[in-house]
Write a protein that binds this ligand. Structure first.
Ligand code: FAD
Length: 473
């Protein structure tokens, strides 16, 4: 057997959770080893948040180029060379960001092992080379005894019966890497990933059909928010079919036929590609976690306390493998908390609300509680809503759709949540996140001068409404 190496703090997985935990643990004086079997940056940087936003941006550029006549600008129809788009996305965006992570880890003297980790027990793991090298002696890897372990192995897409991921049936990774813009694309699952990619490909020129099994797409957002997005999807020619159960797919070299049922009636759609985006499952079943005493719940998520500590004192878990929304910024935060806890700091995952964003057209963003959730918690709340149609900046951008809504307690105006659908929602939600997490009330917002003319003003306008003194409505 190979020699056993002793290491202080070991992290499995170099995604948003793992690499941020590594940097923070190093800043706090730990000697850190990060094991990553794929590419640093994890799902988010390589096949998630970042490349999806790059394609969404490319789609917007194409639409803007073709839709300028309202401003008196006439253009020839713009065309797209999608090979160049994909090249730009990979090299100018993804590679640039992932090499940035590599540099940061080097700067923080984090040892990076580019192999796969397998746990032996509560204090030991083995690493193994990925690819042909794994057939070398001992898999080309090493045995490591760790003092502390942070598990950040992330998640992977769920496959559904009848839709095996191959060739023309793709998961989100496949959809981000298509060699061409499909003429016809079916998206199964209208959650945030499906809706974002449906919008992106519609803007890039595809005819898109979304098949959603429940009565509405984007079930995590409120109906009046979703209806703003549905209107825009309709304008783009996207067909949204709800209560639709995807049954099977049959492919040949050039197309795939998708069969779905609504109210027991079957329909076939022959398309170029079918994206299945019905959810993700945690990576907790494929690297020997069962060899440890770490407890998991019925969904395969690791059970942790508010520092990310499992029932085994020296093992922590963060990111998509623990409860809560599967979002990169949650993984960042949990990574910092776990690194702090290992270093003896009094850190905790004690947020009041995690912002959530869907980069649809227009963007949707929420933080904290909506009205129904607040009522369920026994809070007596009111709401104040201001439309982007009343905002000079949104109108001058020709993007007047959507609104800002504040949810606050009736007695003292304490802000418990907010929702934004409209231009710039992904950036604007940070103001509400700060307010909700700092325990501010609507008066604090109303008394903060918001620059004019900006998309942030509807937040202050909604606060004015809450105070009983509306201005521009
Ligand atoms: P991951 O990013 O999944 O990283 C886990 C890493 O662990 C991987 O690199 C993997 O190779 C490595 N690993 C796993 N097992 C082992 C092992 N045994 N040994 C060594 N290495 C291992 N979130 C947002 O906040 N905003 C967005 O806009 C957004 N858009 C998204 C779009 C898409 C298409 C997808 C799929 C996801 C999106 N997400 C978004 C979600 C976000 O990507 C995840 O929440 C985030 O990446 C989770 O981070 P993580 O560190 O937990 O895991």
């Amino acid at each position: 057997m190979a020699d056993v190496e002793e290491k202080e703090t070991v992290i499995i997985g170099g995604g948003p959770g793992g690499y941020v935990a590594a940097i923070r643990a190093s800043e706090l004086g730990q000697k850190v080893t990060l094991i990553e079997k794929g590419t640093l940056g994890g799902v988010c940087l390589n096949v998630g948040c970042v490349p999806s936003k790059a394609l969404i941006n490319a789609g917007h550029r194409l639409v803007d180029a073709n839709d300028a006549s309202v401003f008196g600008i006439e253009t020839k129809p713009a065309t797209i060379d999608f090979t160049k788009t994909q090249d730009w996305k990979q090299h100018a965006v993804v590679d640039r960001m992932t090499s940035g992570v590599k540099m940061l880890l080097q700067k923080h003297k984090v040892e990076v092992i580019d192999q796969e980790a397998f746990l032996d027990n509560d204090s030991q793991l083995r690493t193994m080379a990925v690819g042909p090298k794994q057939f070398m002696d001992n898999g080309g890897g090493q045995t490591i005894k760790f003092k502390n372990l942070i598990i950040a192995t992330g998640s992977r897409p769920i496959e559904i019966p009848g839709f095996k991921f191959e060739k023309r049936v793709v998961d989100s990774t496949g959809a981000l890497n298509l060699p061409e813009v499909p003429k016809e694309l079916v998206v199964i699952g209208g959650g945030y990933i499906g809706t974002e990619l449906a919008g992106a490909y519609a803007n890039l020129g595809a005819h898109v059909t979304i098949l959603e099994g429940t009565p509405s797409i984007l079930p995590n957002f409120e109906k009046d928010m979703v209806s703003v997005v549905l209107k825009q999807l309709k304008n783009k020619g996207v067909d949204v079919i709800t209560n639709a159960m995807a049954k099977k797919s049959v492919q040949d070299d050039k197309s795939v036929t998708v069969t779905y049922e609504v109210d027991g009636k079957a329909t076939d759609l022959k398309v170029d590609y079918c994206l299945v985006s019905v959810g993700r499952k945690p990576n907790t079943d494929n690297f020997g976690l069962e060899m440890t005493s770490v407890k998991m719940d019925d969904h395969g998520l690791v059970e942790v306390d508010n520092q990310g500590r499992t029932n085994v004192k020296n093992i922590f878990a963060i990111g998509d493998i623990v409860a809560g929304p599967a979002l990169a910024h949650k993984a960042f935060f949990e990574g910092k908390t776990a690194a702090g806890a290992i270093s003896g700091k009094n850190t905790a995952n004690d947020w009041v609300g995690i912002p959530a964003v869907c980069f649809a057209d227009p963007e949707l963003a929420t933080v904290g509680l909506n009205q129904a959730e607040a009522k369920d918690k026994g809070l007596d709340v009111k709401t104040a809503k201001f439309p982007f149609a009343g905002n000079a900046r949104a109108v001058s951008l020709d993007q007047p759709e959507g609104f800002v809504r504040l949810v606050y307690t009736k007695d003292d105006g304490n802000l418990v949540g907010g929702q934004i659908v409209g231009p710039g929602a992904s950036d604007l939600i940070s103001e509400l996140a700060l307010a909700v997490n700092s325990g501010m009330n609507v008066e604090d917002i109303a008394l903060t001068i918001h620059p004019h003319p900006t998309l942030s003003e509807p937040i202050a306008e909604a606060a004015d409404i809450a105070m009983g003194f509306p201005t521009h409505i």
